[in-house]
Design a protein around this ligand. Structure first.
Ligand code: PLP
Ligand code: COI
Length: 356
């Protein structure tokens, strides 16, 4: 067991009075986890301290060249008032995949998980109580070297912050409208699309702003070379149910390997339903819609959970899916996944990790 020092705040904040209005990522708890990396010393001084601003040199390399990685997971309050995490070891494993791509030294996944559990235990009263709320967890790493040369840093900060949150989309479980992006691209093979790193999101903002202007929630990205094959949505992976079969784009090096995607695949397989991971062209989706075979479309993500897509727009083609209502596969996945996450259903896969 490692030594994680704890300094508790002397000024605890008021918790949100009305949990139905917390939104997503607006409020932060009283404490955070922090750990430093210095070349020659490795990761050191893991500690839990009062939440607050950090000081950075204006030349800190993360501010200039975006050497940063992050993760997103949640802690859930069960009906019998226990707190649990969902597959947290997968997030730290993926953080190391992102680290490898961004030239950031690997973290000790066990130590980070231990730090996270300790932090959530200290903050357990911040895990909200009402339906569809949870404590969103954001681990991240930045390089702090005060230097303007373009090289991997020698000094890093790893932090975990916590935010009591409600649904990511204002729509909740109501179907969202998604816009297929034709002009901008998010990622290409050999780029950073498979990593969870700030630059991917920064380069998505023009398209996101345009989608919002046209009253769509997010964009669906096509591959960066041929602009033909479906990749993923801004903050979630995407599934289609075509003629009774679930399909999702294969992990091809330019999309994020979503943990909700992986869980959805495992759930669908456990039902004995056909599901495949393969290349899917936007033309195939348009054709399936035209032939009445596009049964359902839904996104999967930690923040987005299972998010039915009711409208998909590709150029001038506007597709309404399933009468803009949640379909049976999306509903069943939502019920089973959230049932396991909030402890309302048994967890035959061993995905949940109890904190208390
Ligand atoms: N794709 C992108 C670009 C994301 O930001 C996310 C959210 O984390 C996902 C997919 C879904 O991944 P996960 O299910 O691990 O949250
Ligand atoms: C998540 O689902 O955890 C994400 O990171 C999405 C985010 C960009 C809000």
């Amino acid at each position: 067991m490692s030594n994680i020092a704890v300094e508790l705040t002397k000024h605890p904040k008021e918790k949100p009075a009305d949990e139905s209005k917390i939104g997503f990522g607006n409020t932060f708890t009283d404490h955070m986890f922090i750990m430093n990396y210095d070349e020659g010393e490795g990761w050191h001084d893991p500690r839990i301290v009062p939440y607050g601003p950090i000081s950075l040199d204006p030349s800190a390399m993360c501010l200039h060249y975006g050497q940063e990685v992050f993760e997103g997971l949640k802690a859930y309050r069960t009906d019998d008032d226990h707190i649990q995490l969902f597959r947290p070891e997968e997030n730290f494993k993926r953080l190391n995949v992102s680290n490898a791509r961004l030239s950031i030294p690997p973290i000790d996944e066990q130590l980070c998980l231990e730090g996270l559990k300790k932090l959530v235990e200290i903050e357990k009263d911040w895990v909200p109580h009402i339906k569809d709320t949870s404590l969103y967890i954001r681990p991240f790493i930045i390089t702090t070297d005060a230097h303007l040369g373009v090289h991997p840093g020698h000094h890093y900060l790893f932090m975990i912050i916590l935010s009591p949150s409600g649904p990511y989309y204002a729509e909740g479980l109501d179907p969202v409208k998604i816009y297929v992006e034709k002009n901008y691209v998010r990622a290409v093979k050999g780029g950073t699309g498979m990593a969870k790193t700030a630059g991917n999101y920064a380069s998505s903002l023009n398209a996101q702003a345009e989608a919002e202007k046209q009253n769509y929630s997010q964009v669906l990205w096509l591959d960066g070379v041929e602009r033909k094959y479906i990749e993923e949505v801004g903050a979630m992976n995407i599934f289609f149910v075509i003629d009774g079969e679930a399909v999702t784009p294969a992990l091809n090096g330019s999309i994020l390997s979503g943990i909700t995607r992986k869980s959805a695949l495992e759930l669908i397989r456990s039902w004995g339903m056909k599901v495949s991971e393969r290349r899917i062209s936007i033309d195939e989706i348009v054709e399936a819609h035209k032939n009445g075979k596009l049964d359902e479309v839904f996104g999967t993500g930690t923040a987005a959970v299972i998010s039915p897509v009711g409208h998909l727009k590709y150029g001038d083609i506007e597709m309404e899916i399933g009468g803009n209502k949640i379909g049976p596969i999306s509903q069943r996945l939502y019920d089973e996944l959230t049932g396991i996450q909030w402890g309302r259903l048994p967890d035959p896969f061993g995905w949940t990790v109890r904190i208390d």
